[in-house]
Ligand binder design. Structure first.
Ligand SMILES: Cc1cc2nc3c(=O)[nH]c(=O)nc-3n(C[C@H](O)[C@H](O)[C@H](O)COP(=O)(O)O)c2cc1C
Length: 158
């Protein structure tokens, strides 16, 4: 069974709520899924997953340093994550507060690792975003995102 990691940083619980929903749906779709705070993840742990999804609050239009630290440390395994499936999500305070740039910043790191990233022609195109506490729209977005991600994982790692 393919393994997925949902890694997140969250100070006030909003991004965590999204992470929990994404992990629940990945599990329901048949992926063995670990849900972890980024502070609990070592870069070497990333090698053990077929899919890796990272979430962070939007801080000044980008990810929290706790996630960036893990991504920077993952350089030790540069080339070893290629072909895995990647994804990203965020919570910001404001609609135009930099949530898409945050998701794209996370995705850029995953793309540089050679990971496979899927966009969405509907809803949140780059990855789920919530404005503050995730509402129904945001949680439904997390659900459809996780379903789409799981379908890619199952195609690539049958
Ligand atoms: C240091 C800091 C920087 C922030 N920068 C932004 C920002 O650039 N744009 C925005 O919309 N919200 C910003 N926020 C608000 C958070 O993104 C928002 O409260 C988010 O929902 C918090 O997620 P969490 O509950 O998972 O910690 C910032 C918050 C902090 C503490």
């Amino acid at each position: 069974m393919p393994k997925a990691l949902v890694g997140y940083y969250s100070r006030t619980g909003n991004t965590q709520k999204m992470a929990v929903r994404i992990a629940e749906v990945l599990r329901a779709e048949g992926l063995e899924t670990d849900l972890k705070k980024v502070q609990e993840i070592e870069a070497a742990d990333l090698l053990g997953y077929e899919a890796i999804v990272f979430g962070s609050p939007t801080y000044y239009g980008t990810m929290a340093w706790e996630l960036k630290k893990l991504l920077d440390e993952s350089v030790k395994f540069h080339g070893k994550l290629r072909g895995k499936v990647g994804g990203a999500f965020t919570s910001s305070a404001n609609i135009g507060g930099g949530n898409e740039t945050t998701v794209l910043d996370i995705l850029k790191a995953l793309l540089i690792h050679g990971m496979v990233v899927r966009g969405d022609h509907q809803g949140d195109h780059y990855g789920p975003v919530a404005i503050g506490r995730p509402d129904k729209r945001a949680l439904d977005g997390c659900e459809s995102y996780a379903k789409n991600l799981a379908s890619v994982v199952k195609k690539l790692f049958p």
